[in-house]
Write a protein that binds this ligand. Structure first.
Ligand code: 13P
Length: 255
């Protein structure tokens, strides 16, 4: 059974100090939550301190991006082993902001996913269509391309360990959440492609989470959809009570 997976993507927000204060508060608020996987993704600078504050708790830590080489002359880049050593167990890859603002392609996403897995990190790999693509009825074709090219060469076992985040670009930071039916349709499609291309076991074990204007008051209806296994939360994860509310409301939701 897939436990609900709720992750906070802080994007370029929070200093080291703010991150530690958040984790210390969150720790208390979610200490009795056992049946939800909880992850926070601070900026690189705060990974180590946040992971120390989350040590021996039910909260995991993620990076927000990673490079694919182990080391070398790549000024400004961070290797998978480096964020792992700093305390991250997960890493967000291919977020639409990286794709749109920094030119990341499916081929780049693929190299990063492969490198993260090789370093023992769990990728939280993002896919999703833009508004124009949705309006042109290309949503499912875009998802197919992102899955095929982004997860190319992964074994069924690796695919089973992945967290796939479906984040329709038009729903990110806009307050315009996909309806439960829209999310449900996309997630069911993703799951069926994973089954077709990676087999039933990988498709059943892989978490497919939703991202885009998730809030405490819409998380439950999203999680009712059988193929929605959790959420990647942006804006509503910056305030600890709101994120803790989302976590609490994910308990015992049907997944
Ligand atoms: P919002 O929750 O602010 O819409 O952001 C979603 C997101 O991009 C999470 O990765």
């Amino acid at each position: 059974m897939r436990l609900p997976f709720i992750a906070a993507n802080w994007k370029m927000f929070k200093t080291v100090h703010e991150s530690v204060v958040f984790v210390k508060e969150l720790r208390l608020l979610v200490k009795d939550v056992e049946e939800v996987e909880i992850v926070i993704a601070p900026p690189f600078t705060a990974i180590h301190a946040a992971a120390e504050a989350a040590r021996n708790t039910n909260i995991g830590v993620a990076g927000q991006d990673v490079y694919w080489e182990r080391d070398g002359a790549f000024t400004g880049e961070i290797a998978p082993g480096m964020i792992k050593e700093a305390g991250a167990e997960y890493v967000i890859i291919g977020h639409s902001e990286r794709r749109r603002l920094f030119g990341e392609t499916d081929a780049i996403v693929n190299r990063k996913v492969v490198a993260a897995l090789a370093a023992g990190l769990t990728p939280i790999a993002c896919i999703g269509e833009t508004l124009e693509e949705r309006e042109r009825n290309e949503t499912l074709a875009v998802l197919d391309r992102q899955i095929k090219d982004g997860f190319d060469q992964l074994t069924a076992e690796q695919m089973a360990e992945l967290v796939v985040a479906y984040e329709p670009v038009w729903a990110i930071g806009t307050g315009r959440t996909a309806t439960a039916a829209q999310a449900g349709e996309a997630h069911a499609h993703i799951r069926s492609r994973l089954r077709q291309w990676f087999g039933a076991d990988a498709a059943d074990r892989c978490h497919v989470i939703y991202g885009g204007s998730v809030k405490p008051d819409n998380i439950r209806e999203l999680l009712v959809e059988p193929d929605v296994d959790g959420a990647l939360v942006g804006g509503a994860s910056l305030e600890v009570k709101s994120f803790a509310d989302i976590v609490s409301r994910s308990r015992r939701a049907a997944v």
